[in-house]
Ligand binder design. Structure first.
Ligand code: GCU
Length: 421
């Protein structure tokens, strides 16, 4: 009987909480809200120059995002090691060098491994590159038969032949259309990618992945102000950067971190926390990424915390249906990347991610770039589709749905060739 009651209660909770939420897609119904001024400190003092931003404002904003939104990293690793497990000079029909590098992170006598797949233009040293996570394994981004199939947990996906949470040969190449490898290499850039599930499996379970390495004896989940999965993924990208700094074929001072959707949120947080990254690309990152939370348009803080309770730190739940209480908004996350180049991209049919909120966020981050004499988005008028603005802060909204397309990559490459050369 007890069990049946529990089950009914569970059904009720699941039903009622999802039934309550109807996303707002009407711009006239966006609530009036105050955009927190990035140039006014929490103590009310106004900043007038870049030095004050760096010394006073940036650290307090970073702290806020760390303690209240993404969560902080609880300590340091004991060891990070790298091993090139495979390489070739004639990959992709002779167009590229390929390396597969195993990174081992060790702490408290436990370790976690992940593999970076790197393609570099063949006859170049010191290559600038794009680094970004993929959703289903390195082997899904190319038909290259030498790319190692991940053994990490994955979400099942019938279209990609992934059952039992285990990727296989069947999913090789299934997401190649999201990675314009040839265009990237032809432009003289390299590409490095990692399967994000190797850092932290994307499920509400803190017993596995990177978090578990950092627990004290009786701990089972991070503390309320400690990292969720997004911060763990960001930490993984920083460890990939540790490797890139050792690779003589790569110019580590010219690495642009890229991410789509939840991985765009992770790319932004990486750029904010690790200033070694020369530039950041947020592709359709939406709520908890580039989009302003206080607009409550499409996905909201309450909704994202309900659907993905493991992405942020527990403190972030205070802002469920309570975005007004946030002392910050996501334009200040973007501002943490200043003065480094930043590209925010949206898609017209991706209203869930609030394209206008992503655009306005880039606009409201611009005064911080201006302190450094860098140009951003200076008009509040939302852009027309497929008409990018490419300054140090760049933005486009393209036609089509939530995705990464060749069009997106063509813009990123063009912009990077100007700002991250
Ligand atoms: C969901 C989620 C978004 C996220 C997206 C993705 O739609 O609500 O916040 O960006 O998944 O990662 O694909």
């Amino acid at each position: 009987m007890k069990l049946i009651n529990c089950f009914i209660a569970f059904l009720f909770m699941t039903y009622s909480s999802s039934a309550q939420f109807t996303p707002n897609y009407d711009d006239t119904k966006v609530p009036k809200f105050q955009v927190p001024d990035p140039l006014i400190r929490f103590n009310g003092k106004k900043l007038s120059n870049a030095r004050k931003w760096v010394k006073k404002r940036r650290p307090e904003l970073l702290d806020f995002f760390q303690n209240e939104v993404y969560g902080s990293v609880p300590g340091k690793l004991d060891e990070v090691s790298f091993k090139v497990v495979e390489q070739a000079n004639n990959a992709l029909n002779g167009q590229a060098k390929r390396k597969q590098v195993e990174v081992v992170l060790t702490k408290n006598e436990h370790s976690l491994r992940f593999t970076i797949l790197i393609y570099l233009p063949k006859d170049k040293l010191n290559t600038s590159l794009f680094l970004g996570y993929n959703f289903y394994g390195n082997h899904t981004i190319t038909n290259d038969p030498e790319v190692i199939v991940t053994e990490a947990w994955s979400r099942n996906n019938d279209d990609f032949g992934i059952t039992d949470h285990t990727p296989t040969e069947k999913s090789r190449n299934v997401l190649a259309q999201r990675w314009a490898i040839e265009k990237i290499l032809n432009a003289g850039y390299g590409l490095a990618t990692i399967y994000y599930g190797e850092i932290d499996p994307d499920k509400n379970d803190f017993s596995d992945g990177l978090h578990a390495l950092f627990y004290s004896d009786d701990q089972h989940k991070p503390k309320t102000d400690e990292w969720g999965s997004i911060a763990a993924w960001a930490f993984g990208l920083s460890r990939a950067m540790d490797y890139l700094e050792t690779d003589i074929h790569v110019d580590a001072s010219k690495v642009v971190v890229f991410g789509h959707s939840r991985l765009g949120k992770a790319a932004l947080w990486t750029g904010a926390t690790d200033e070694r990254f020369a530039g950041v690309i947020s592709n359709n990152s939406g709520c908890g990424g580039a989009a302003l939370s206080k607009r409550k348009f499409g996905e909201t803080v309450g909704r994202i915390n309900q659907s993905f309770p493991h992405w942020f730190c527990d403190n972030f739940e205070q802002y469920n249906e309570n975005e007004e209480a946030l002392l910050v908004d996501q334009h200040q996350l973007l501002a943490l990347i200043a003065p480094r180049p930043l590209y925010v991209a949206s898609a017209k049919k991706d209203q869930w991610a609030d394209p206008k909120g992503e655009f306005l966020s880039a606009y409201y981050a611009t005064p911080v770039y201006a302190l450094f004499g860098k140009e951003g988005i200076t008009s509040k008028e939302i852009l027309e589709v497929n008409r990018p603005i490419q300054n140090t802060v760049a933005y486009h909204i393209r036609t089509g749905k939530h995705d990464v397309t060749d069009y997106d990559w063509e813009q990123y490459i063009k912009w990077a060739s100007k700002f991250v050369k």
